[in-house]
Design a binder for this molecule. Sequence first.
Ligand code: XBP
Ligand code: MG
Length: 239
Amino acid sequence: MLEALIFDVDGTVAETEDMHRRAFNLAFARHGLGLVWNAREYRTLLKVAGGRERIAHALKLRGTPPDLAEVARVHATKTRFYEMLLAAEGVPWRSGVRRLMEQAWESGRAVALATTTSDANLDPLFAPVLGAGWRSRFAAVVTGEMVVRKKPAADAHVEVLRRLGVPASRAVAFEDSATGVAAAAAAGLAVVVAPSSWLPDDDVSAADLVLESGLGELASIEALVSWHRAREAACSLRA
Ligand code: XBP
Ligand code: MG
């Protein structure tokens, strides 16, 4: 029985990464870091989960030993720029995401977020679509700051399951990248992936279901529930 839907945020709910990239570049300019990430470079850097970790990684690549206090200051600036850009321009949600969430709530199922992104990045993305009280509709919200190890580690998904009190066998994760698929699979979750346009070369074949054109391919939550039931039956036969 499917009790919970666990969504990743960046790339899954909306294609936010170019806005992140622009916010990073604005912060680099503000701090005089002499760094500019173009789309091609950023696509590679996305393999490093977490904005702070990404900045530190890029500085190391440049031969600059990262000063972690400065990295934290630059990342805090980046987060403020990201919030400003998102509030000013908005990013449309990907197809099918909101419908799936609404149908999950209508059918009494829990909806949660398991993301590497910073908590401050959530309100400007969710409030314009779900209203100012959006957070109360999510049974659990676990962000990058709340876990020790970011994706592809299972920490965020495991913490969501712990907070929900739901076994992995009764939940499904939605992701957009190989990193996210690996994290959800490591938590023992069934994984549905809607590949992000930012990561066309990602190998997401480890997912249980790949929806190339987005979650809109899932006509309804009933289709998801019957898919999940069939998967559980097949897993129990193999056990
Ligand atoms: C995506 C990430 C985040 C964002 C940037 O998270 O890896 O690091 O790229 O956000 P997810 P921060 O796909 O798990 O939602 O700068 O706040 O890390
Ligand atoms: Mg993602």
